[in-house]
Design a protein around this ligand. Structure first.
Ligand SMILES: Nc1nc2c(ncn2[C@@H]2O[C@H](COP(=O)(O)OP(=O)(O)OP(=O)(O)O)[C@@H](O)[C@H]2O)c(=O)[nH]1
Ligand SMILES: [Zn+2]
Length: 296
């Protein structure tokens, strides 16, 4: 038995990198579903390059989204989430806020990468859209893939020695950024598609890459159009909005949901402009979708 980490997953086929650097195509016995990129596993070696996953180690965290139809895992055991947004086309504030809430509630540090900053005309609009998140203290890094060296200089030190997940709506420049940070990424993706016989070169599932020079791992994930968080209970939704915390202490009821309760500290703070109305609206939307058991 050897220990390793899942670096790619396609259906029930997993690519595992063993601690000694060997790559193995692995599968599971029976219906051990839910294994995900970033998981640490124990593998029973089989033949030259195959293996069977026997055990999944306990996860530190798992980032996933869940909509009406299904839930989708992005990655497990992640230290930080890089949310790529672009100056153009205009990004969704709703989706970005949801990704942020998903990260905070899973105890993952979010960082926003504002890409295509060479498009200077629309840059002020993009910065304004991010002002709520900036006020939260979320780090915002401005990049342009037209300046690859500057992009490397600003991102690689942040990624060193950590596992980071790269997330973004389609068209924001996520693939372009990945290819600058991981020069072998394109070739790796193709080799992997060939190995699995999928023949597709687009990102359809998450995949972990090692970063050159300073180290660290970067997990690429498919672009998304939706980011449901219906699996979050009320407490977790609230964790997604850390700016509420100082004010929710003032709520009259210990189980206040900050929707309409009298004596709510969060609503009071929002009325005084201390909490962004748009952020509070997003909180209400996510809470309304929740199917997790409520406090009452
Ligand atoms: N001007 C400018 N264009 C960029 C930049 N980064 C990416 N682009 C362009 O934006 C488009 C989308 O880039 P991709 O890297 O394919 O975006 P993606 O987010 O991976 O999108 P999907 O592949 O659809 O998930 C391409 O036409 C890129 O050439 C940038 O920094 N500046
Ligand atoms: Zn309240």
């Amino acid at each position: 038995m050897k220990a390793g980490r899942v670096i790619a997953a396609h259906g029930r086929h997993y690519q595992v990198e063993l601690d000694d650097g060997q790559l193995r195509q692995c599968y599971t016995r029976g219906k051990k579903a839910g294994i995900c990129v970033g998981d640490y596993v124990d593998v029973e070696l089989q033949g030259q390059d195959e293996g069977r996953i026997e055990r999944v180690h306990e996860r530190r965290n798992l980032l996933y989204r869940s909509d009406e139809m299904r839930s989708k895992q992005f990655a497990a055991n992640v230290d930080q989430l890089l949310i790529v947004v672009a100056v153009e086309p205009v990004f969704s504030e709703d989706l970005t806020g949801r990704a942020l809430a998903g990260a905070f509630s899973a105890d993952i540090t979010p960082v926003i990468v504002l890409n295509k900053c060479d498009l200077t005309e629309s840059l002020p609009r993009a910065r304004a859209l991010l002002s709520d998140m900036n006020a939260l203290g979320v780090r915002i890094i401005e990049t342009s893939t037209l300046q690859p060296q500057a992009l490397r200089d600003s991102l690689l030190p942040l990624l060193a020695d950590k596992t980071s997940l790269l997330l973004g709506q389609s068209g924001m420049g996520k693939s372009s950024i990945l290819n600058i940070l991981v020069p072998d990424a394109r070739a790796d993706t193709q080799a992997h598609s060939i190995a699995l016989g999928t023949g597709k070169h687009t990102t359809t599932s998450s995949r972990l890459y090692h970063l050159p020079d300073m180290g660290g791992d970067l997990i690429d994930s498919p672009g998304f159009q939706a980011f449901g968080l219906k699996h979050l209970g009320q407490t977790e939704v609230e964790q997604g909005f850390p700016e509420f915390a100082p004010y929710s202490q003032n709520c009259r009821f210990y189980n206040c949901t900050h929707r309409h309760e009298p004596g709510c500290g969060v609503l009071a703070a929002q009325e005084q402009g201390l909490i962004s109305a748009r952020r509070h609206e997003l909180y209400l939307r996510i809470l309304a979708e929740s199917t997790a058991p409520q406090k009452y």
